[in-house]
Design a protein around this ligand. Structure first.
Ligand SMILES: [Ca+2]
Ligand SMILES: [Ca+2]
Length: 200
């Protein structure tokens, strides 16, 4: 009678064990990759949200301090403009409204697809001060098709750019889209609108 050698493993047992080990390793790698991808996607989305929120807040606070009668350049819906000029209302002195220096918020192109939002004080003068408020603003608003005379994204304005202003009475509406390349090299936009009530 043949006796089985318990000290070793048959070739079949080794192959089965190897196959199970490979499957386990593949599963671990897949889960690790999925987790890493989800984490990167989460960080990317948070970063884009921060860019959008910070940009719209800066613009809104600046416009909020302006005298509505002194806001120049904003469009009348459904038409928008990419630049406004205004002066902040600083208060009253002997019954007269005291205004700060002229300020401008504008979108400027940087490449064929991208642009930036700048705030300028006393533009085109020797005292001009310029601050970049976002470097991630595309030429066209999210889901909007430029130049076709239609409101493609159904937000109440047509052919708006990455930055758009409209004005109605004491309200200025600010439309902002920011856009960045994700880890797959795909352009991802996010947009918002804020209806700002001017100080006066
Ligand atoms: Ca639109
Ligand atoms: Ca359009």
């Amino acid at each position: 009678m043949r006796r089985r050698n318990n000290a070793g493993y048959s070739l079949v047992e080794v192959l089965v064990a190897s196959a199970i080990l490979l499957l386990l390793m593949a599963n671990v790698a897949m889960v690790t990759r999925a987790g890493k991808s989800a984490a990167q996607s989460g960080v990317f989305n948070m970063s884009l949200d921060d860019e959008l929120n910070l940009t719209i807040e800066r613009i809104s606070f600046a416009v909020m301090a302006a005298d509505s009668d002194d806001v120049d350049g904003a469009g009348s819906a459904p038409f928008t403009t990419e630049t406004i000029e205004f002066s902040s209302t600083l208060g009253l002195s002997d019954g007269t409204v005291v205004r700060g220096p002229v300020e401008e918020i504008a979108w400027l192109p940087t490449t064929d697809e991208d642009g930036r939002i700048v705030w300028r004080e006393q533009p085109t003068t020797p005292e001009e001060r310029t601050v970049n408020w976002s470097n991630a603003v595309p030429h066209v608003g999210q889901n909007e098709i430029d130049g076709n005379g239609s409101d493609d994204n159904d937000n109440g304005v047509q052919d708006e750019k990455g930055l758009g202003f409209t004005k109605l009475g004491g309200f200025v509406s600010v439309y902002v889209t920011v856009e960045r390349l994700n880890g797959d090299g795909k352009r991802v936009p996010k947009s918002t609108v804020n209806h700002v009530t001017c100080r006066n």
